[in-house]
Design a protein around this ligand. Structure first.
Ligand code: ARG
Length: 555
């Protein structure tokens, strides 16, 4: 039970939801607080006055023992023993389901994420979409939604003509079979470096052959696709990522004409210099290009067809696109066109935009072949994790397994810790630090809690009326706020809230661990502290698992 929700319901005031109730940094004033500044507009009164009035009408009960109004804040003190007892019991009962709910029952969310490009490198730029989407997938499932994970493959376009042309000229089967995506990419890079006018013409012809169903061209294309997918699937496995559909851009080849017809019949399609567009000037946007002057469809055309297909197939209540902010305009245009087409569900389309990830040593370019492969970042992080762990505890068993969990976790957490729209610079040392705001720190806290529990050996009996001290209560409050944190993360499409939560709970647990004896405590204090330790461990595990990160038993 989250008391923020309880308080919000009890206040029953317009404009106040659980998410508005905060946990003040020090609990001298109160355990929970409602800042009344936002409400000033709603009620046209000063925050001080609002806090005062809300205080006067609030009736304390067994849960909330005291309420006060200070400087525009409404502060609540809670019955500490009551909250502790309730929360620890709930976590004990729910276990790995603590924080889950049935909020999404009967609703479907489509999440378009990772969406790799066939025959192109899977590079560090794909890290965010992959792990953000992967985490949102888990979060929505946890909240009871039916979730459809879609990898909208980039498998359509003239580059496949170029690739076939390059393969025919310079490639051979064994080399590509052996080198996989790297060999394919090398051919593509070479084409861009060396192709002359004649090869460009040939490439166009090969693309046309794929389109017209030519057997050989299509076999080559399917082979490149297979090699790419086998490659990325290995990375998905490591990162705990799954998809329900790999319907990519090509899948919509025969689904675009009906969209074009519909645009025409609704008088939305205009001719402009031979091309067909939807004019969006009235909305302050450049036109959305539907067909080029040579009749070829575009990225947006396929996205329109995909959106309609998804609505018809899955009847989503929301369709998310986890794609970099560089595509802001593209999605604004596509969503606007759907709206103009009269699709009432256009409002349910969400572009979950995120910032760029770069390495400390600079940027990359796919066309010139200077690219940081995600696979290499992962291997390097696992390698470094091994060194870090070995240095800290060389006697540890299963160091390799642990290094994998820690290294992979660090890559994922590094990409998820910041507000998603921020550009981030990825640093191996930073993400692998035991001290910083890292998954390593959280995992280490779990190992610490685990070790306490193993040493205690005893069965844990939660004492009912135990009055927690300050450090214990900070942990309790943090534990109580996990379910609301998960809801907030889903609502804001922001797994970083869960990542930050995990660090915050770890800090509170570690403060408690350092200040209070656990194994050498006596009586009820010992029982309570063990129960608290068990609950903290469970909740940290749940939080990390929503990010796709595992927890080693020892570290
Ligand atoms: N493959 C695209 C890219 O790498 C991303 C696709 C995103 N999804 C979509 N439905 N447009 O830029």
């Amino acid at each position: 039970m989250d008391y923020r929700d309880y308080i919000a319901k009890k206040l029953n005031t317009e404009g106040v939801a659980a998410a508005d109730i905060t946990l003040p940094p020090n609990s001298e004033m109160g355990d929970y607080a409602l800042p009344c500044f936002k409400l000033a507009k709603v009620f046209r009164k000063s925050p001080v006055q609002i806090a005062e009035e809300l205080k006067n009408s609030f009736v304390c009960d067994g849960v909330i023992s005291e309420v006060s109004a200070v400087n525009g804040y409404l502060n609540f003190k809670v019955n500490k023993a009551g909250l502790a007892n309730e929360v620890l019991n709930e976590i004990e009962k729910a276990g790995s389901g603590y924080g889950s709910s049935v909020a999404g029952k009967g609703k479907t969310v489509c999440i378009d994420y990772s969406s790799v490009n066939i025959a192109k490198p899977f590079h560090i730029g794909h890290l965010s979409t992959t792990v953000l989407g992967g985490s949102l997938y888990k979060i929505y499932k946890f909240l009871g939604y039916n979730v459809v994970g879609i990898n909208h493959l980039g498998d359509y376009g003239t580059q496949f003509g170029k690739l076939i042309c390059a393969y025919k000229k310079w490639g051979n089967r064994e080399e590509v079979e052996k080198g996989g995506i790297h060999a394919i990419n090398a051919l593509y890079v070479r084409f861009n470096e060396e192709a002359d006018g004649q090869m460009e013409d040939e490439a166009r012809e090969y693309f046309r052959l794929i389109e017209s169903g030519d057997k050989e061209a299509n076999e080559l294309f399917e082979w490149f696709k297979k090699l790419t997918l086998e490659y990325v699937q290995k990375i998905y496995e490591k990162l705990n990522i799954t998809f329900d559909s790999y319907a990519g851009e090509r899948f919509y080849t025969d689904k675009m004409q009906p969209v074009i017809d519909e645009l025409k019949s609704k008088n939305l399609l205009k001719e402009s210099e031979g091309a067909s567009i939807v004019d969006l000037e009235a909305y302050g946007m450049p036109p959305c290009l539907i067909l080029r002057s040579d009749g070829a469809s575009l990225y947006a055309t396929r996205d329109l067809a995909a959106a309609i297909y998804r609505k018809n197939t899955y009847d989503f209540s929301k369709c998310l696109y986890v794609v970099a902010y560089q595509q802001n305009l593209h999605f604004k245009q596509v969503f606007k066109v759907l709206e103009l087409m009269g699709k009432p569900w256009a409002k349910d389309m969400v572009h979950v935009a995120y910032g760029m990830v770069s390495l400390e040593d600079g940027a990359m370019s796919t066309r010139k072949g200077k690219v940081v492969w995600l696979e290499d970042v992962i291997s390097k992080c696992v390698e470094k994790a091994y060194a870090v762990i070995n240095e800290k505890n060389s006697a540890l068993e299963n160091k390799e397994e642990i290094a994998k969990t820690v290294g992979l976790g660090a890559v994922v957490f590094g990409a998820l810790y910041n507000n998603k729209i921020k550009d981030i610079v990825f640093s191996y040392d930073k993400v692998l630090s035991f001290e910083g705001e890292t998954s390593v720190y959280v995992q280490y806290t779990c190992a610490r809690a685990n070790s306490v529990l193993t040493k205690s050996g005893a069965k844990i009996n939660l004492p009912a009326g135990y009055e927690p001290n300050a450090q214990e209560f900070e942990v309790v409050k943090s534990l109580a706020s996990f379910p609301q944190t998960v809801l907030d993360a889903a609502e804001k499409y922001e797994p970083s809230l869960i990542a930050r939560y995990a660090v915050d709970l770890s800090q509170k647990y570690n403060k408690f661990y350092i200040d209070c004896k656990i194994l050498t405590a006596e009586g009820e204090a010992k029982d309570f502290r063990l129960a608290l330790t068990k609950a903290a461990l469970q909740t940290l595990k749940n939080a990390l698992s929503l990010l796709g990160i595992g927890v080693p038993e020892k570290m």
